[in-house]
Design a protein around this ligand. Sequence first.
Ligand SMILES: C=CC1=C(C)c2cc3[nH]c(cc4nc(cc5[nH]c(cc1n2)c(C)c5CCC(=O)O)C(CCC(=O)O)=C4C)c(C)c3C=C
Ligand SMILES: [Fe+2]
Length: 380
Amino acid sequence: MECVRSGALDLGRSGNFLGKSGSTTSCGKVRCSTNLAGSTKCEQNLHGKVKPLLLSASGKARGTSGLVHRSAVLKHQHHLSVRSTSTDVCTTFDEDVKGVSSHAVEEKIGVLLLNLGGPETLNDVQPFLFNLFADPDIIRLPRLFRFLQRPLAKLISTFRAPKSKEGYASIGGGSPLRKITDEQANALKVALKSKNLEADIYVGMRYWYPFTEEAIDQIKKDKITKLVVLPLYPQYSISTSGSSIRVLQNIVKEDQYFAGLPISIIESWYQREGYVKSMADLIEKELSVFTNPEEVMIFFSAHGVPLTYVKDAGDPYRDQMEDCIALIMEELKSRGTLNDHTLAYQSRVGPVQWLKPYTDEVLVELGQKGVKSLLAVPVR
Ligand SMILES: C=CC1=C(C)c2cc3[nH]c(cc4nc(cc5[nH]c(cc1n2)c(C)c5CCC(=O)O)C(CCC(=O)O)=C4C)c(C)c3C=C
Ligand SMILES: [Fe+2]
């Protein structure tokens, strides 16, 4: 089987990624953008739990049960998604609300990039896994059993570490995520500068260095006056963007400086034109390497989540992933690229059911069906 792996992503390509927008308070998932000027622009879901919202005729939400954070500088708007049943996409904190005077202080914009983090050496693997499994958004225990979170994390991380180490050893002895994220931060700084936007970029990892808490300390020291939060996961999941945003929420709740800081959160961006087009560019480029490009199966490979996240906790991840693939395929079709495609989920951990179909099973099936050429496209 001929197999080529692709998948870099290009944040800088999105035309209006951090552009100013008008003061409208509604937006569909497809057009969401962060508004540095401060007007409420997009729907939001600060809480990991996405519950269906009842919309009034004006489009305003009547049910707000999914929200856990409120502060004097927040304005919330909710909208049902155009393409799926989940809420999304970003949260904007209004500037013109009591407590923030943009005229009195010199503007200092910060962008906080959130990512998962990864062990830099094989010795880091077990403590990294401990941090991951100690997260209640990763191992979701009933409230009554929360006291077991850390002992369980210790147990599972110790048990998982050998297998995990094997994986990290095979890619050079550690995760490349910190280096890649730093490169993205530099590229973003340059891209913003080219649009005459000065911003300080911070990197906050959820489970390894530099931790989100460190980035937050630095933001405070630097006296940032407006903060844009960009999780580097194109699609929203309770276990990724949701978990990192929860860390922020906890800090905002406790800290006077952050409680008064206008913060915009971009919850998902897989639907942005720049992302969709850059993925299509990459796929076309890699297809051209094959002898018969039109015969190649495009194999989208996504990190899975346990099925209960989607079924019981309302995680929009699967909907957003399917939507994401549909948008990329639509874009390819509009360019005359009509290849077959498949989406499958990898990275199962533990005995529970995860999102299906599973990558390892689909690969076998494709081989049995006689598929000879495959382009593997990681989509997170
Ligand atoms: C056990 C639960 C896990 C959930 C739920 C989960 C969701 C999830 N993760 C990513 C992205 C990444 N995960 C990475 C590593 C990783 N993830 C888990 C477990 C869960 N992930 C483990 C145990 C590990 C460690 C490696 C292993 O032992 O398999 C990474 C790599 C980080 C790095 O080191 O560079 C990424 C990226 C997403 C997108 C996601 C839900 C949508
Ligand atoms: Fe993971």
